[in-house]
Design a protein around this ligand. Structure first.
Ligand SMILES: *[C@@H]1O[C@H](CO)[C@@H](O)[C@H](O)[C@H]1NC(C)=O
Ligand SMILES: *[C@@H]1O[C@H](CO)[C@@H](O)[C@H](O)[C@H]1NC(C)=O
Ligand SMILES: *[C@@H]1O[C@H](CO)[C@@H](O)[C@H](O)[C@H]1NC(C)=O
Ligand SMILES: *[C@@H]1O[C@H](CO)[C@@H](O)[C@H](O)[C@H]1NC(C)=O
Ligand SMILES: *[C@@H]1O[C@H](CO)[C@@H](O)[C@H](O)[C@H]1NC(C)=O
Ligand SMILES: *[C@@H]1O[C@H](CO)[C@@H](O)[C@H](O)[C@H]1NC(C)=O
Ligand SMILES: *[C@@H]1O[C@H](CO)[C@@H](O)[C@H](O)[C@H]1NC(C)=O
Length: 728
């Protein structure tokens, strides 16, 4: 709202302004909401059709009358105030000049004189009946005493961009009719008390972009008509201790953006009863005492964004009954009181962007019945304001207000990958059970791996099921869903599956490595050891996945941080316990496991190369191990492909890099489970050993079939399924 648009608004304001216009009486009329729609849904203008929040203001006409795309702009507060009026055409100019004396380099029209950028270094001599004097962009360095004293008719005085350094305390003496005084973009450091004391009709005072450090307590003495005051981008560190408005009772608009104000005294706005707009953006305010705003009964817009507020007392806004726009974004608030917004019944736009609200609750926003625009730090908060038509951000990449899974591709893929993972692994488990392997212990390990991977498929099925269940109305259930036991259980499943899978892969690789690197060693784990290790891995997996569920106060809602219930990325709302745990698991355990796998493969390949030089040493066992190692390599390779993005994601989120939620959802639905989906294929279905076995069993079964003259053509398929029973 700074810069050009603001200037336009100021111009508009200056033309439509009627000084004592009752606060807010010329606000744009907005359509009222019909109460007929369920929570989270909003009507199509005056039709009785209701559409969910998401379809409003999304750029697509969903209502037959297009009402869902109307009134989408956030026009609360001052930006909406003057919208009804267009910018007036500069018309009615006459070339005639009524001034007898003025520098010829200036442009004179009637009684208005423009001396813009004409190298003046002092205020020129001009006829006393000048009404508008513009001395912008000159080189005037100081304003001596009584420099304007003869301009008794002057109404507007523009002195921008001059680098004025000193202003005498009687510089503006005699300007009894002055209404607007622009002193912005100068070099004024000090203004002495009483400087403006004779400007009884001054309505506008603009002091933007000066290095003013202090406002002396009597500075605004005499400005009893002052309506608008702006001191944007000065160096103010504090505001006067006594009330700002004691001398300026008509003050309506006050702008202190971009100063260095650190604190607001509780009586500072005590007599500002007419104030409608108060900007305190980008200051360094850290504390505001409870009664600071208690006299601002007509305030419509309050902007405290970009300050250093870390706490707000519960009753600080309680008297702001007319407030329509409140901007608290970019503050370091650590706590928002549940009843903080209770008395703000008129608020239409609330900006809480960048604020973590750990104790966020539906109850906080419910009293603001007229709220139409709300801005949060994360999408997750939107579900707690279901009665607000426009909530931003409106997706976290995974879910939208409407659906658990935002993208249709994800919705389909969750089923496809879930199916592949689940049935692929089940199939391999069956096959492995039927075909007796040479290395029983190795086969047992792989069966365990398939079990773990299968759980990932189950997890995806659940995601799919709940996505279908909440289709179209996710926002209403999101909060309950993420806090539910089901979500916790799903997270548990996914965690169990991925961690057991990682640990098993590590174990199997280490075991293979041992077998290949030391083929004749007696160090190979026996049946008993293998069983113990496999059991411990499962137990450890259970413990890892269960710990966050059992310690709610230390981990918070560990799994329920997003719609898919998998804790993929950290943010500041995460409890420290949860954060360190995630680091421990995803960057500690998993990285270690991955390094161990990598190391064992390097060792294996080195020893294979060495042993292939002595062909005589190659036993049948070794050849088999080498074949397995080759397959194992692909498994590890896919593993790396899957885990590296997750590790990178975790590191980035720890470095507080903003990760688009879309990335997270694709990682959760694709990358994480695709490993589990591929493992059975890589382990079993493509191994030469397995292929051989299937071939022999098939041919034997066929032979037996033809011998026994089996009944029908489908018998082969049946025998294929009964391979196990054949006891090959
Ligand atoms: C809805 O409003 C439009 C114009 O805003 C009007 O033409 C129409 O008749 C209205 N419909 C109903 C059902 O009131
Ligand atoms: C004052 O303005 C009037 C027109 O409004 C003009 O006729 C007159 O000459 C001006 N007087 C002086 C002293 O400039
Ligand atoms: C702030 O004011 C100073 C003069 O005091 C000016 O040089 C600077 O450009 C201004 N900054 C902005 C962002 O307008
Ligand atoms: C705030 O007001 C108190 C008196 O109410 C005064 O003593 C103090 O100096 C003021 N602080 C500032 C920063 O003006
Ligand atoms: C709130 O303030 C921030 C920073 O000053 C700004 O970017 C944002 O647009 C404001 N919000 C609204 C709703 O105007
Ligand atoms: C925000 O506040 C917390 C304490 O509430 C503090 O530790 C942290 O440094 C603050 N952050 C910033 C950027 O001021
Ligand atoms: C809410 O808005 C409607 C229409 O804009 C208005 O009539 C009503 O008074 C407002 N409610 C409150 C509590 O301000």
């Amino acid at each position: 709202m700074t810069g050009a648009p603001r200037l336009v608004y100021l111009q508009v304001l200056s033309t439509v302004m009627t000084v004592q216009a009752a606060a807010g009486s010329f606000l744009v009329k907005r359509s009222t909401l019909s109460p007929a729609c369920p929570v989270g849904h909003f009507p199509c203008g005056n039709l009785s059709t209701c559409l969910p929040q998401l379809q409003h203001c999304n750029g697509v006409q969903d209502c037959s009358n297009g009402a869902d795309e109307l009134n989408c702009e956030d026009l609360s507060g001052w930006s909406g105030m003057f919208r009804v009026k267009g910018i007036p055409d500069p018309q009615g100019w006459h070339q005639e000049c009524f001034l007898s004396e003025y520098p010829r380099v200036c442009d004179c029209q009637e009684t208005e004189l423009e001396c813009v950028d004409v190298n003046l270094d002092s205020v020129p001599r001009v006829s006393s009946n000048v009404t508008l004097l513009s001395l912008k962009q000159n080189h005037i360095k100081n304003l001596p005493a009584e420099v304007f004293v003869q301009f008794t008719e002057l109404e507007k005085l523009f002195l921008q961009c001059n680098c004025i350094e000193t202003v005498s305390s009687s510089a503006f003496v005699g300007l009894h009719k002055l209404q607007k005084l622009y002193l912005s973009q100068n070099c004024i450091q000090v203004l002495t008390a009483g400087t403006f004391k004779e400007l009884h009709n001054l309505q506008w005072l603009i002091l933007d972009d000066n290095p003013i450090k202090i406002i002396p307590s009597q500075l605004f003495m005499g400005l009893k008509s002052l309506f608008f005051m702006s001191m944007v981008n000065n160096s103010l560190e504090q505001l006067p201790g006594s009330g700002l408005c004691t001398d300026t009772p008509a003050l309506n608009w006050l702008d202190f953006d971009r100063n260095l104000i650190k604190q607001l005294n509780s009586s500072i706005f005590a007599s500002c009863g007419f104030l409608t707009v108060l900007f305190l953006r980008q200051n360094e305010i850290s504390v505001i005492s409870e009664n600071t705003f208690s006299s601002l009964r007509n305030l419509i817009e309050l902007d405290l964004s970009g300050n250093k507020l870390h706490r707000l007392s519960a009753n600080i806004f309680q008297d702001l009954r007319s407030l329509e726009t409140l901007n608290l974004s970019g503050n370091n608030l650590s706590h928002i009181h549940p009843s903080q917004f209770d008395s703000l019944a008129c608020v239409r736009s609330l900006d809480l962007d960048g604020i973590d609200i750990p104790n966020i609750h539906v109850r906080m926003f419910a009293p603001m019945k007229n709220l139409t625009h709300i801005y949060f730090k994360t999408f997750q908060y939107c579900r707690l304001a279901p009665h607000v038509r426009s909530c931003k951000p409106n997706t976290d990449g995974i879910s939208t207000v409407q659906d658990l899974l935002a993208s249709p591709v994800l919705r389909v893929c969750v089923w496809v990958i879930g199916f592949l993972t689940c049935f692929g692994n089940l199939f391999v488990i069956c096959m492995r059970c039927c075909i007796r392997a040479e290395n029983q212990l190795h086969a047992l390990g792989i069966k365990c791996l398939c079990c773990a991977d299968c759980l990932m498929g189950v997890y995806l099925f659940f995601v799919g099921v709940f996505d279908v269940k909440y289709r179209g109305e996710y926002n209403q259930h999101a909060q309950l869903w993420m806090e539910s036991t089901q979500c916790g259980m799903m997270g548990f499943l996914a965690m169990l599956s991925s961690e057991v899978s990682v640990m098993l892969l590590t174990y199997l690789s280490l075991e293979k490595c041992l077998a290949i690197a030391f083929p004749f060693s007696t160090m190979r784990p026996g049946r008993c050891q293998t069983l113990i290790v496999l059991h411990s891995i499962w137990v450890l997996g259970f413990v890892i996945a269960l710990i966050p569920l059992r310690n709610q106060e230390y981990f918070g809602n560990y799994y329920g941080r997003n719609g898919v219930c998998f804790p993929l990325y950290s943010d500041e709302t995460e409890k420290p316990g949860a954060k360190y745990y995630s680091i421990g698991i995803f960057l500690g355990l998993n990285v270690l496991a991955f390094l161990a796998i990598l190391l064992s493969y390097v060792t294996m390949f080195l020893s294979i190369r060495k042993s292939s030089l002595h062909l005589s040493c190659k036993t049948r066992q070794l050849r088999q191990d080498v074949a397995m190692a080759r397959h194992f390599f692909f498994i590890v390779f896919t593993d790396a492909l899957c885990w590296t993005p997750i590790i990178i994601l975790k590191v980035l989120s720890l470095l507080q890099v903003q990760i688009p939620g879309t990335v997270t959802s694709w990682v959760a639905i694709f990358i994480l489970p695709i490993n589990s989906a591929l493992n059975p294929i890589l382990y079993t279905l493509t191994t030469s050993f397995f292929r051989e076995r299937v071939k022999t069993s098939l041919s034997r079964a066929q032979r037996r079939n033809t011998e026994s003259l089996s009944k029908n053509s489908s018998a082969m398929k049946l025998t294929f399924l009964r391979i196990g029973g054949a006891q090959i």
